[in-house]
Each structure stands twice: as structure tokens, then as C-alpha cells.
Design a protein around this ligand. Sequence first.
Ligand code: BMA
Length: 339
Amino acid sequence: MTEIKLLVEELNNIPWQDKPEGWERPVWRYTQNPIIDRNPLKNVARIFNSAVVPYQGEFIGVFRGETLTGIPYLYLGYSKDGINWHYEEEKIHFVDQEGNDFMPKYAYDPRLIKVEDMYYIIWCTDFYGAALGLAKTTDFKTFVRLDNPFLPFNRNGVFFPKKINNRFILLSRPSDSGHTPFGDIFISESPDLEFWGKHRHLMTKGTNWWESLKIGGGAAPIETTEGWLLFYHGVTGTCNGYVYSMGAAILDNENPSIVKYRCQNFILTPEEWYEERGFVGNVIFPCATLQDGATGRIAIYYGAADSYVGLAFTTVKEIVSYIKANHSIVGDDEEIGIR
Ligand code: BMA
């Protein structure tokens, strides 16, 4: 059997803690969680569901900040170690392609992905209803908004970090205007970020109860020798409301609309106080990962209870072996998804 490896660059300053003695699951939490506490900024009550990337030897991130009006916007943050963050006081200012102001009415659940030499932010914006917003930057000073990729209602936009067959690849979850009680993940492609098409169905909400209501893309997929490793969220409905857990699947390297393996078990579910208790309790919402191609280490950033940011760890070997050992395909996930 060939060795399971990450097909990504080295990142030797990735935040890291070894797996605790006696812990039998493939993903473990940082012992100092949450890494971002409440009231992190003068006008921001909570930061959660946020995304980070390595930048100039350190780290930079786009954070969902819930302002004192209750309306979420995006904030820029910096860190030397990926754990301790400081932020710009002002929300990220977006301009259109002519340089005119183009601020979203609200902005939440950002993903931040580098494709070639450009950094892209994709988030949930208002476009006559909840839809995906898209912007690009090279220097984290000027943020240029592009056309919104899809019609409303759609959430959970996740870019692949690499073009496939010269196309940008985007995961999304078509939805409705409220706290959507349904939803599968779809995959779409674009040659130029202007025209989107070749929409395919990727993954069906699960038959397993932890993801029985809806699923949505989480962190940008990670390229491995076994396929694209996707961390996503799955939601179950209980008599006390929704519960969000984290799941994992592996998509085909060349044709990512084919699911190769899907883990029937959640890989992280609310258990700690900062996941169970908060503005919206019982939420684990992954939005980003960091990975080190040299060691196979993966650090996962997740929103906790719509109030905090948590960090969890795994290695490519642990998580891929676990997914394969607990593999169970749902519906027509293994198909290309055109019918
Ligand atoms: C979803 C999104 C997330 C949020 C989750 C739980 O619909 O709005 O931002 O974390 O609900 O409240």
C-alpha cells in the first residue's frame, strides 16, 4: 500500500499539539481552546466561523465579527503562531472593480483560499437574499469584490485551492431564506470567476443521524495522495434545535464531483463547554485548515457555539485511515451527479 501523504507545501510553523494519551478518535482539540474569546474588539461581541492562511512566514485571517448591532461583518486578523490573534478595528473595506465602495449589507462565514497568486474570500452576503459574496486580494490592503457567483439562496461557498482542468472549483449549498431545514453540497466550475456552470450534485445529506437534516462545505479541500480531503458540517434536528458536527470525506483528485470515501461517523461533535454553550449552543462549524506537507499535520479552525473559535488537530494518515475504515457512501455520492 502506498503511503498516505499530503500533496501540499511545507508549513513548519503550523500550530500543533500531539494527540493526548488515551484519546482514540482521529481528531483532538487544542487544550487551550477556545483560542478567541468573547468581546475581542471594541465593537465586536463575538468572533467565530473564520478562516486563516499562512502569509509571509506568519498567519493572516478573515474573521466573522458579530458587531454590537448584531450584524456580522468581516475583520482582518494577524498572528505569528496561528493561535494568538490581533485584529484591525475597522471592518474589511470592499471596492468594486472600478475602485468604488462596495460594502456588503452583512457578511458571515468567510472562507479564505489562495489559488495561484491570489487570495479569495467567499462569504455569505446579501444579494436580495442570502447568497455567496466573492472578493480577491493580493496584499490584504485592497479587497476587490467580484460579481456574486450564484443567485440566492445559497450559503457555504468553499473554493478549491487549485484549479482543476484550468477551472476554478466551488462547493456551495443551495438553500432558502431562513434557518434552512434541508440541503446537499453541490460543486460548480468557472474558467474566469465570472461565468459559473457545470453544476453537479456532490453529497447528499446523510442517512446517519448526526447529518440527517443538511450538510455544508467547511474548509477548503486539502489535496492528498488519496484524493481531496474535505471537512464539512452536518446538522441534525432535535427537539431543542439544530446540532452542528464536523464530518469528513475524500473526493476524487481529477473529478472531485465523485466522492471516493465518506465517513459515516462525525469526527467532532459538541462536547466541550465552548461548543455546547454560547449564543447558539451545540455548533461546531469548520471554516479553515492549515497543513504541513512535510509532517502530514493538519490544524482545523472551527467556530464554536456561534461565540468562539476552536482549534483541533489530526494528521493526514490518521484522518484518511479513519475515513476509509468507517466508509459508507450515501445516495448517489459516488456518481458524477448530473441527474
Ligand atoms: C448557519 C449559519 C452559521 C451558524 C449556524 C448555527 O445557518 O448561519 O453561521 O454558525 O447556522 O447558528
